[in-house]
Design a protein around this ligand. Structure first.
Ligand code: NAI
Length: 329
């Protein structure tokens, strides 16, 4: 017998929600033996669509899915929950200024952080997928003073997986033979996919720096836009898959000798200012991430990391000016 896990998914009626919920309910996140109680949070105008998804979840007859609850009230959706996947956000629309985007998302992630603070289970772990993910995670954490900030993550696992796949394609080595990839910084075009520590079957990767700078980094950082271009809408199944990878590794631990990438609150590692939610190379054990220590950072890496961190600082200054970071300078 195993305790059931309450999992809340926001934006449940969106594209990622549709790709994510069925995989969670089938046991992809925590294995086939863990009963799951799903909570779907949506805006009022999408409640009907969420009901349709709940009907389809019923129709799968997933043995481990105990219940599906739908709500447009965050305090109900997060009540007693242990895993929150914050997918729903306000996307940037044509002509929207960055300040308006950050303010609109502050209006979503502030109240959700507050509701998590007030109602979630003591072991709550939050993964922010909705963009701008790093800054949304910082806003949610700032509204949850009773929850350790380390429990609020931003998803850069999709970027990590994209980087692995691009390296596999370029070298001809299978993904399963690759280790120690890193995504640094913001989940945005400024991110730094770093293969300087990467291994292929235990040996350092040997690739041309020209390929890294002209092909690898732009392909990984620009992949989201390329998917939109090809598919007519943004990555959904791959984003859902990355969310599952992220939560599984967070709760169950990373593989010995390898690491992954996650947006976590900085305590100053690698010169990243404390309090920013930044992507680092991380390992997990016992449900806690640790930044991989003491990696050599060459001049190229330093400048790429600093460039993305500068964008995170910019976003933090903008949301602080909007009053979205209570209790922080
Ligand atoms: P979508 O537009 O299909 O779905 C978003 C859903 O969120 C909608 O159903 C909407 O009603 C809901 N929503 C909006 N405000 C809400 C609120 N306050 N509470 C609950 N639900 C709310 O978008 P999609 O494709 O599912 O993407 C969701 C987010 O994930 C976007 O911000 C997107 O940019 C981001 N994303 C992040 C990735 C990452 O790697 N971190 C990768 C791909 C997408």
């Amino acid at each position: 017998y195993c305790h059931s896990v309450k999992i809340t998914v926001t934006g449940a009626a969106g594209q990622i929600g549709y790709a994510l919920l069925f995989r969670i309910a089938s046991g992809a996140m925590f294995g086939p033996d863990v009963p799951i109680e799903l909570r779907l949070l949506e805006v009022p105008q999408a409640m009907r669509a969420a009901e349709g998804i709940a009907m389809e979840l019923d129709d799968c007859a997933f043995p481990q899915l105990k219940s599906v609850d739908i709500s447009d009230d965050p305090t109900r959706a997060f009540d007693g929950t242990s895993v929150a996947l914050l997918v729903g956000s306000r996307p940037r629309t044509a002509g929207m200024e960055r300040g308006d985007l950050l303010a609109a998302n502050g209006g979503i992630f502030g109240p959700q952080g507050r509701a998590i603070n007030d109602t979630a289970a003591a072991d709550i772990r939050v993964l922010v997928v909705g963009n701008p993910a790093n800054t949304n995670a910082m806003i949610a954490a700032a509204h949850a003073p009773d929850v350790p900030a380390a429990r609020f993550n931003a998803m850069t696992r999709l970027d990590h997986n994209r980087a692995l796949s691009q390296l596999a394609r370029h070298t001809g080595a299978p993904v399963s033979s690759l280790a120690r990839m890193t995504i640094w910084g913001n989940h945005s075009a400024t991110q730094y996919p770093d293969l300087s520590q990467a291994l292929i079957t235990g040996d350092p990767v040997k690739v041309e720096q020209g390929w890294v700078e002209r092909e690898f980094i732009p392909t990984v950082a620009g992949r989201g836009a390329a998917i939109i271009d090809a598919r007519g809408s943004s990555s959904a199944a791959s984003a859902a898959n990355a969310a599952i990878d992220h939560m599984r590794d967070w709760m169950r631990g990373t593989k010995a000798g390898d690491w992954t990438s996650a947006g976590i609150v900085s305590h100053g590692s690698y010169g990243v200012p404390a309090g920013l939610v930044c992507s680092f190379p991380v390992t997990s054990s016992g449900g806690n991430w640790q930044v991989v220590p003491d990696l050599p950072i060459n001049a190229f890496s330093r400048s790429r990391i600093d460039g993305s961190v500068a964008e995170l600082l910019d976003e933090r200054a903008a949301v602080a000016a909007l009053g979205l970071l209570p209790g922080q300078a």
